[in-house]
Design a binder for this molecule. Structure first.
Ligand code: PHE
Length: 341
């Protein structure tokens, strides 16, 4: 027998002895098991070295010895995968046997809820709906014309300045005055009146944007706009609606005051203040009789119709209602804050 043949046989025999001796079965972890496997079939493994002897075997020996080596290789694979299965099974069983208290409370799912601003907005819209107003929605990006020009703002009114308004684009000139994030919900007066004839009574609520940023001003905030157009509408109707609305919101005893003020799209114009018994006056919004120039811009005849409009801040009402000290808290979406309502 050639030297190579005896070293080949000896090599296989010692591998078999190791296998029978439980070489794989001692592995306690998958990592350990893979290390043991490498000792046989890895680059420097014992079987690998035996196979390298193949070249030195006499020609007629190669086939039978090759078969013998293959059988050993299959035994290694079988032992490896049997032990791997056993290890995985053991791990799963250990998991199942671990102390498990079925009486422990589960991980609760926190119920969702409406944002305080959304709740106040729904409440306001509900009240106006019950007073006969129709609720509509409008876009937050609108034309310069709908936000300013058609409401009677002079072309270079300070409110239209870049310092005060977020422009989406500045427009190309005369017929194209650009698009912007609406600075108030009064855009809805133009939009709704332009698309249908009077009479109408409409409310709309939503986000508006201004370049304002401090403890009581957020660059994004919310307004509710209401307007009514018919024949012979007077300021008494306006005050009556506001009075009714605030009574529903804050309770019967609320007192309402209109304080003369200026907005380009109303004449006369006023600030709306409200006061609880014994409390101090709180500014709620602006209002007035719709300016004839607005009626002209939407195709209504100012000699035939009259109407009123008002706009109020929703965020401040929510802050008062829920006792929120800083408006920013309403927009940070911190559940530790929002969960408290
Ligand atoms: N749009 C005005 C503002 O944002 C409020 C307002 C609305 C005033 C309707 C009068 C009439 O300040």
């Amino acid at each position: 027998m050639s030297d190579a043949v005896s070293r080949f046989d000896e090599g296989l025999r010692s591998i078999l002895t190791e296998l029978e001796g439980g070489a794989f079965e001692v592995a306690k972890t998958e990592q350990e098991l893979r290390e043991i496997n490498a000792r046989f079939v890895g680059a420097n493994g014992s079987l690998t070295s035996v196979l390298k002897l193949m070249r030195e075997l006499p020609g007629d020996q190669r086939k039978p010895k090759g078969q013998a080596a293959n059988e050993v290789k299959q035994k290694i694979e079988a032992r490896f995968s049997a032990r791997l299965d056993a290890l995985l099974r053991e791990a799963r069983e250990a998991d199942l046997k671990a102390p498990f208290d079925v009486t422990l409370p589960g991980r609760g799912v926190l119920p969702g809820r409406l944002h305080p601003i959304t709740r106040v907005r729904h409440e306001l819209l509900d009240i106006f709906e019950s007073l006969g107003f129709e609720v509509v929605d409008g876009p937050e990006i609108d034309l310069h014309e709908n936000c300013f020009d058609r409401l009677g703002f002079p072309p270079d009114h300070p409110a239209t300045d870049m310092q005060d308004t977020f422009f989406v684009d500045r427009g190309k000139g005369a017929g194209d005055r650009g698009t912007l994030l609406r600075t108030h919900t009064s855009t809805m007066q133009i939009r709704e009146m332009s698309r249908r004839p009077p009479p109408l009574a409409v409310v709309s609520a939503g986000a508006v944007y201004r370049r304002d940023d401090d403890a009581t001003h957020s660059p994004m905030f919310h307004q509710i706009e209401g307007f009514l157009v018919d024949e012979k509408v007077t300021m008494a109707d306006l005050k009556g609606v506001l009075q009714r609305f605030l009574e529903r919101l804050y309770g019967e005893a609320i007192e309402v005051r209109l304080r003369p003020s200026y907005f380009p799209f109303v004449e006369p114009g006023a600030e709306v203040d409200a006061r609880r018994p014994g409390g101090s006056w709180m500014e709620i919004g602006g209002c007035g009789m719709i300016h004839p120039v607005v009626f002209e811009h939407v195709g209504y005849d100012p000699t035939k119709v009259s109407g009123f409009a008002f706009g109020m801040g929703i965020d401040r009402m929510a802050m008062v209602k829920f006792g929120v000290p800083n408006i920013k808290l309403l927009f940070e979406n911190d559940v530790r804050f929002l969960g408290g309502f």
